[in-house]
Design a protein around this ligand. Structure first.
Ligand SMILES: O=C(O)CCC(=O)C(=O)O
Ligand SMILES: [Fe+2]
Length: 401
């Protein structure tokens, strides 16, 4: 990593001395439209102090279903989940494998090499894996959300190199607590969408992926024309706030554990719900007429049920999300103002744009003009966020209240 490229938060080691007012933090989160790191606000979380032994006691013999990926995928496309294998192992096998220490006797791990592969036990709803006592250890009350704990959070544990391709989440905003290890977040504002090659293929409800493979920029700032990368390395105790519709590529720089909770933004989410319903409509109908091998490329593994989705139900989803949006607009929408100046406090650190370090402008490669347009290229174009926005506008014009 070249020095100076990444916001180094190391100069700000001071922990929060006087606990900040949770309602002020909630207020800030619901207004600010730039990423921020909160430091020192989860000191009371027992998991932040967990040793490997404590984690071992927590997981015991639990079977962890992990995604296996390649650490050297420099191809044109990201490594999609549908192309990855899955293996099952215990926590202690996971650790031994990642540290290359000890004898791992799990036959599913044969042939996996720490410097060529990664394991990701990620995107796990904590309520599905931990009991209520553990869920209560993850509480978001310091951020003004006393009603939220592990029951509304997801768990991510990955070995070095484990990553999630660049995407944005269509609903709400996000708080991410780093519990162990170092994790790099590369964020881009919503205005960069056109430069990041957005796609709904593979389709996953509430995620818009970028078709750019970020693995070619390991250890450096992605050099994508027109974009404004904001890079931050999270260390234990940090909580990152990801504003609505900010793109993010997330990579475990070393063995790391984080927990996040997505927060609803009720007004904005109504528009997002209509957009999601329109994409779902299109994908579900298209699936009916495609051969299974193309469907498996179209759908992310966690969306395989879409092949049998009830089309009337999806039609209702379109209708009711549209209606809710209209009703809400009739009540008068109240879009919060952005925050101009952040409070000058040691526990709050802005994530800055690294664009001034962008040395040369290199255009993202576009498809070869002579390559054949495939069925998924057509689906991708129809589901482009700009097309969905237009469809939504047309419906609004035609169904005025
Ligand atoms: O940590 C990761 O790998 C991805 C997390 C993510 O996408 C999120 O919290 O929205
Ligand atoms: Fe995300």
């Amino acid at each position: 990593m070249q020095d100076g490229y990444v916001l180094s938060l190391d100069n700000h080691r001071e922990m929060a001395s006087n606990s900040p007012d949770p309602s002020k933090i909630r207020q800030l989160i619901s207004h600010v439209r730039k990423p921020l790191v909160f430091r020192g606000l989860i000191e009371s979380w027992p998991m932040l102090k967990f040793s490997q032994n404590d984690w071992d006691n927590l997981f015991r013999q639990m079977v962890l279903e992990c995604r296996v990926g390649s650490r050297n995928s420099r191809g044109d496309q990201p490594q999609w989940e549908g192309e990855s294998d899955n293996i099952k192992c215990t926590y202690s096998e996971f650790i031994k494998w990642s540290e290359n220490s000890g004898d791992v006797r799990n036959p599913e791990m044969n042939g996996l090499e720490t410097d060529k592969h990664f394991l990701y036990y990620g995107y796990k709803y904590m309520k599905d894996i931990f009991d209520s006592e553990v869920l209560r250890m993850t509480e978001w009350k310091a951020f003004g959300y006393p009603e939220k704990n592990g029951a509304e959070s997801t768990f991510w544990m990955g070995t070095a190199g484990a990553h999630t391709p660049c995407h944005y989440d269509t609903y709400g905003c996000n708080l991410v607590a780093q519990l162990s290890g170092r994790k790099r977040w590369i964020l881009f504002p919503p205005e960069d969408t056109d430069f990041l090659k957005p796609t709904r293929v593979p389709y996953e409800e509430s995620s818009v992926y970028s078709r750019i493979n970020f693995e070619k920029w390991i250890g450096t700032i992605p050099n994508i024309s027109g974009t404004h990368p904001h890079v931050v390395d999270l260390v234990p105790g940090d909580v990152l706030f990801v504003p609505r519709h900010w793109w993010h590529h997330v990579r475990n720089e070393e063995l790391s554990i984080s927990i996040n909770t997505w927060l609803e933004l009720s007004n904005d989410d109504q528009e997002a719900r209509l957009h999601e319903s329109l994409v779902k409509f299109l994908v579900a109908h298209t699936c009916r007429n495609l051969p299974p091998n193309v469907v498996s490329e179209l759908l992310n593994p966690n969306e395989e049920d879409m092949t049998y989705a009830d089309l009337d139900e999806i039609q209702n989803f379109v209708h009711y999300s549209f209606k809710a949006l209209k009703d809400n607009e009739a009540d008068g929408r109240n879009v919060p103002e952005d925050v101009d100046a952040l409070p000058d406090e040691p526990w709050i650190l802005p994530v800055v744009c690294n664009e001034s370090f962008e040395p040369k402008v290199k255009k993202a490669r576009s498809a070869d003009a002579h390559s054949k347009i495939g069925v998924l290229d057509v689906v991708r174009a129809f589901c482009h966020p700009r097309v969905i926005e237009t469809v939504s506008q047309i419906l609004k014009n035609e169904f005025k209240t």
